[in-house]
Design a protein around this ligand. Structure first.
Ligand SMILES: [Fe+2]
Length: 408
């Protein structure tokens, strides 16, 4: 991981979004890459510290994104058009850091006949390449292994990667039509053919195979992977939970996180049994789910979802947080906690990251609203500046546009 900053300095003139309050007109002192102090009026010695003028921005904790599958599309933007992983890595990292994400769990599907990158060998190679590139990154790079429970061939490969310590979060998915995300066969066929350009007959034949594996063997694969995950101590998530019964079955197997529950019943059941519930930030930004399932904002405002992730849209956590604050009347620090403190808690990282709290690692960003759209001006990881947008956003360019200059 990148080195910690080695000095004592501060960010002043900011509205600090702490876990239980917003400290208006505040400042934050950072020492050796760690948050040392949050306050409003610097003491005489603090006033002499080197400083960054936040110019009235919000200071937000770095976002922790537990499910982002954009790396698959960066690597394979069209079917069978592959881009080298190091180029995809840098391109996606830039999109993340300039939207406030400081820890990313790259979500890779082990579902070789339907989702994600179809060759198992290639997925394994991508995981290893991301492991190699991660330490040179500007943000924290981790891996979320997504297992489709009907994929026989992927189970052993993923289990080995877990055993080797290459996977940091495991999720169990079941996209067999008739339940979960695809309640109707037509919805599954439509999604796969539109996203992965497979023909109708091929998909229908594959569904038959999927159903028979699901009945005969999927529990065996689930048990194999959950055993590995528990041995190395990584959390396990369930995906697209649709009933309280399914939530309870998963909970009994050691699952502690429910991602994208498709009904309020499932979200309530998961919350009631102490699981964390995660919804997609694009669902908040768009005002609903692409499959007409549970609205993320409803679940959040109802208190049965506690985490946001960016899913397929790297900028969406930032926009969802401010949508909840500006349009849904949610308190800003509670909206921010959905993207920072709560995911840290779900992954057991709360003592180190996830909020602007003395003693935690200094991962944060400075955000300004433009009209009602939030933009990151600077981002810091380990107390080191890793992104600076320059003066473009509140400069004389904007003023001259307003005054009707040549730029109009
Ligand atoms: Fe799904």
């Amino acid at each position: 991981m990148m080195r910690r900053g080695q000095e004592r300095w501060m960010v002043r003139n900011v509205h600090v979004v702490a876990p239980n309050e917003v400290v208006h007109g505040g400042y934050v002192v950072i020492r050796d890459g760690t948050i040392e102090h949050v306050g409003t009026v610097p003491g005489r010695a603090e006033a002499l510290l080197p400083s960054v003028d936040g110019q009235g921005c919000w200071l937000l904790p770095g976002f922790i994104d537990l499910h982002n599958d954009a790396i698959e599309k960066e690597i394979e933007p069209r079917p069978n058009a592959f881009i080298p992983v190091d180029i995809a890595f840098l391109s996606l990292e830039h999109r993340l850091v300039c939207h406030g994400v400081t820890s990313i769990y790259h979500s890779l599907s082990f579902a070789s006949n339907e989702f994600g990158i179809r060759s198992l060998d290639r997925v394994e190679a991508i995981v290893r390449e991301l492991q190699r590139l991660g330490p040179s990154g500007r943000i924290r790079h981790l891996i979320h292994g997504r297992y489709e429970i009907t994929d026989e061939s992927a189970c052993g490969v993923l289990a080995s990667l877990i055993d080797e310590g290459c996977i940091h979060l495991l999720s169990l998915m079941d996209h067999t039509p008739g339940q979960g995300q695809f309640r109707k066969l037509e919805d599954y066929v439509h999604f796969i053919s539109a996203t992965y350009q497979r023909d109708h007959e091929e998909i229908v034949a594959f569904v038959g195979e999927k159903q028979s594996i699901r009945e005969a063997a999927s529990l065996k694969y689930i048990d194999r992977l959950t055993r590995s995950a528990k041995t190395v101590g990584i959390p396990i998530a369930s995906h697209d939970d649709d009933t309280a019964r399914k939530v309870h079955v998963m909970h009994e197997r050691g699952v502690t996180l429910s991602e994208f529950p498709v009904t309020m019943e499932a979200a309530r059941a998961a919350t009631a049994c102490g699981m964390a519930v995660m919804m997609g930030a694009p669902n908040v930004v768009r005002g609903g789910s692409t499959s007409n399932h549970l609205k993320a904002a409803d679940a959040i405002l109802d208190g049965v979802a506690q985490i946001l992730c960016s899913d397929y849209m790297p900028s969406s956590m930032l926009h969802a947080v401010f949508t909840l604050y500006l349009k849904q009347g949610m308190c800003l620090y509670e909206a921010v906690n959905l993207a920072s403190l709560h995911p840290a808690r779900a992954l057991g990282l709360e003592a180190e990251v996830g909020s602007i709290t003395p003693g935690k690692i200094a991962d944060f960003s400075l955000v300004r609203l433009h009209q009602e759209t939030p933009m990151v001006e600077r981002a810091f990881v380990n107390g080191n500046q890793v992104f600076y947008a320059g003066d473009r956003v509140h400069s004389s360019v904007a003023d001259s546009v307003r005054k009707g200059s040549v730029l109009m």
